[in-house]
Design a binder for this molecule. Structure first.
Ligand code: GLA
Length: 393
């Protein structure tokens, strides 16, 4: 019922082995970066707000070796055939689409004046693809970590996160905030990251208690953020901020928003209300997690979901089903809270549950979800894990 997390060491060894099979070379460099789950603080990053994600024990690993040419030859365990990047020409986005994340990061390093030599590389990942747990950020950050080793250009954590984010903007055309790339870089074992997206100031909040577990429930409804929904939400927030006379919604309180409904369209009003209340919830939740007040943390997760569903309109029936089922199991059954996580419109929910009951909870959610939707969900548990690492090189 609960999926296993392949240890990073094992995944790295498999990646190196498959790299050798495909390229005939022994890996000179192996780099890894994790996916993430956001515990609370959704659609707040591009509003200069707070987010509270943790790195997952799910990683993307790249093994590579020089090939003496001016080409990069990429393979991936999840795709047929190879992608070739010609380094003698300006790099442009194109097909296959999965290679765009790698291309974008290479361009970021080229802009820093780094000369990238030709190499062969192979990618393996245990981060669910398109599940709203940042498989793309994991690939971007793993690539950046690999290129740091190849070019010997050491970036600061913030620089690295920003290069990865820019790759997503320019090569995947997804105008994301900074959360996913930053947590993939900065994740720390047994800690959740409280990130102030206005200042990039961070606080690692310890989450060492073994009495609670983070359960991720993938609805297996594909999350597609390349549609207009995400950029639309960004624009609506910017319009609301402008109408309220502030640079970003971070500068507003709920009272400011409530006092100005005539300045805002109904949609802008509701988007702004989500953002300002979600920022508040995130600050409070970080304190609740830090002090082990699981009941309060869980209540804030439910409230976050309600706001994302009602005011921000980024949920979907399947995500709502999972949250409703989890709520039905309730405190008596060991569930403190549950909410959608990531951009929305499918993908995953995250639940805070009692460790001793996690198996029974997972079974109940899976069974009830299947009965309602006819879809088999995927579930896994993760402790907060470490961010990007260079395993070899
Ligand atoms: C996506 C984006 C993030 C963030 C979330 C919503 O995951 O990549 O930057 O905006 O959606 O919180």
């Amino acid at each position: 019922m609960i999926g296993t997390n392949t240890p990073l060491k094992t995944l790295a060894a498999t990646t190196a082995k498959n790299f050798q099979k495909r390229s005939g070379k022994i890996a000179s460099w192996i780099a890894a970066a994790p996916g993430r789950v956001n515990l609370i603080g959704e659609h707040t990053d591009y509003n200069d707000g707070f987010v509270f994600p943790m790195a997952l024990e799910r990683y993307t690993v790249i093994a590579a070796a020089p090939n003496g040419s001016n080409k990069i030859i990429l393979t991936s365990s999840t795709a047929e055939g190879a992608a070739t990047i010609d380094l003698s020409k300006p790099i442009k986005r194109g097909e296959p689409s999965w290679a765009n994340y790698v291309k974008g990061v290479i361009v970021g390093f080229q802009r820093l004046g780094c000369k990238i030599p030709g190499f062969d590389a192979h990618i393996e990942s245990t981060v669910p693809l398109g599940g709203g747990v940042s498989s793309s950020a994991a690939l971007e950050v793993a690539t950046a970590t690999l290129l740091e080793a190849i070019t010997k250009k050491k970036l600061t954590q913030v620089q690295k996160g920003l290069i990865a984010q820019k790759a997503e903007h320019e090569f995947a055309l997804m105008p994301c905030g900074i959360m996913d790339q930053f947590i993939s870089v900065m994740g720390k074992a047994d800690h959740v990251l409280l990130l102030d997206c206005q200042t990039t100031k961070t606080k690692q909040v310890p989450m060492k208690s073994k009495s609670v577990a983070i359960l991720v429930i993938n609805t297996n409804v594909k999350h597609e953020l390349t549609g207009s929904e995400y950029p639309d939400r960004r624009r609506q927030c910017e319009a609301a901020a402008k109408a309220l006379g502030v640079k970003s919604l971070r500068s507003c309180t709920l009272a400011d928003v409530n006092a100005a409904p005539s300045k805002l369209t109904n949609i802008e009003f509701r988007r702004a209300r989500h953002v300002v209340t979600e920022i508040e919830r995130t600050i409070t939740a970080a304190k609740a997690f830090a002090s082990g007040n699981w009941k309060l943390a869980g209540d804030l997760m439910y409230a976050s979901h309600g706001s994302l569903r009602g005011d921000y309109e980024v949920s979907c029936p399947e995500l709502d089903d999972v949250v409703e089922i989890a709520h039905g199991i309730g405190l008596k059954g060991g569930v403190y809270g549950c909410r959608m996580t990531g951009g929305g419109f499918g993908g995953c929910c995250v639940a805070l549950v009692e460790s001793s009951q996690v198996k029974a909870i997972a079974a109940k959610i899976a069974q009830a979800y299947k009965a309602r939707t006819k879809i088999t969900p995927s579930l896994f548990v993760s402790r907060p894990s470490q961010g990007a690492t260079l395993i070899k090189g």
